[in-house]
Design a binder for this molecule. Structure first.
Ligand code: BDR
Ligand code: CA
Length: 308
């Protein structure tokens, strides 16, 4: 039976690749896609989720949740990587969706309707899950598991010296979710960034006769430009697609249980994920962390999923 999933995301080019993999995958039943402020501000994230669904035109339409701004005064977007519109400045036009529900309401509703059955895949900041917990404190007990792209095991960040982008955007929410009594799997930056894609990735996308190929061929080239111009890199990292693989091909990862918290105060370390590495302390583990990935198999799995 297909696994029932809520995809919480902030498209974003790598989010778009992950959505392209997930929406057509036989083993997943995407019950909802909920937008969260992150790579782009809330209104644009909401619009981009609609755009991606429209462009991909999947066989079953998921429910859809709208983002609202987070409460973090340090928040900044990542348009320098994903383009001013978050989708590679491809110029997509999307009609306004009038009937909007907040992401956290959709998350609570879907989990309440199918207790214990729904996994949440978080590909952006953890704002919506934290808000769902505040809205309905018992909601978390009914979540099957949460799979998150975020944080950094080795302590090296991508938005600051120490913080990974998704956690940096809303550290307080991340801290709340990390402490929540539910099974959690974290796919950190030091795992996702090992799987690099060279320029020939574009040639390996489905062709334009297919909605996935037609969409990604308009969006992905921008990522190569921004990695080159902003980061001086010739290969790109598609973090969210790698995190999604944890669900689709779990054997590609080795997981370990760890005690981890989020720094919410430090001037240089706000948004850093802090792992209890003093083994002698015998800490209470609060989540599982991917520590090893089969890099070449993961790269192939992304391409295979995009063709499925
Ligand atoms: C994460 O930050 C975002 O820019 C990406 O979409 C990914 O979710 C990587 O740090
Ligand atoms: Ca993302």
């Amino acid at each position: 039976m297909a696994r029932r999933i809520i995809l919480d995301c902030d498209p974003g080019i790598d989010d778009s690749v992950a959505l392209s993999m997930a929406l057509f995958h036989r083993s997943l039943d995407i019950v909802a896609i909920t937008a969260v402020e992150g790579n782009v501000p809330a209104e644009m994230a909401t619009r981009n989720v609609q755009t991606v669904i429209e462009q991909l035109d999947p066989p079953r339409l998921p429910r859809f949740g709208a983002a609202t701004p987070n409460d973090n005064s340090d928040y900044r977007d990542a348009c320098f990587i994903h383009g001013r519109d978050g989708l590679g400045e491809a110029g997509f036009v999307t009609a306004d969706h009038h009937q909007r529900h907040l992401s956290e309401k959709i998350i609570c509703d879907e989990v309440r309707a199918a207790p214990g059955e729904i996994s949440i895949v978080c590909l952006g900041p953890l704002t919506n899950v934290a808000r769902a917990m505040q809205r309905e404190p018992q909601f978390i007990e009914n979540v099957a598991e949460i799979i998150m792209m975020g944080g950094s095991f080795n302590g090296i960040g991508n938005i600051t010296q120490t913080a990974e982008f998704n956690i940096y955007c809303d550290p307080e929410s991340a801290r709340e979710v990390f402490q929540a009594p539910v099974k959690k799997i974290l796919i950190p930056l030091d795992i996702t960034s090992q799987v690099q894609f060279a320029l020939n990735f574009i040639d390996m996308l489905p062709d334009e006769t297919n909605s996935v190929g037609a969409f990604l061929r308009q969006v992905v080239p921008y990522l190569f430009r921004s990695y080159h111009q902003q980061l001086g890199l010739e290969s790109v990292q598609i973090h969210d697609a790698i995190a999604l693989l944890q669900l689709l091909e779990p054997e590609l990862f080795e997981l370990e249980a760890w005690a981890v918290d989020v720094e919410v105060k430090g001037e240089l370390t706000r948004g850093m994920t802090v792992f209890e590495k003093r083994r002698s302390r015998n800490p209470a583990h609060n989540l599982e962390v991917a520590r090893v990935v089969d890099v070449s198999a993961a790269r192939q799995a992304v391409i295979k999923c995009l063709h499925s």
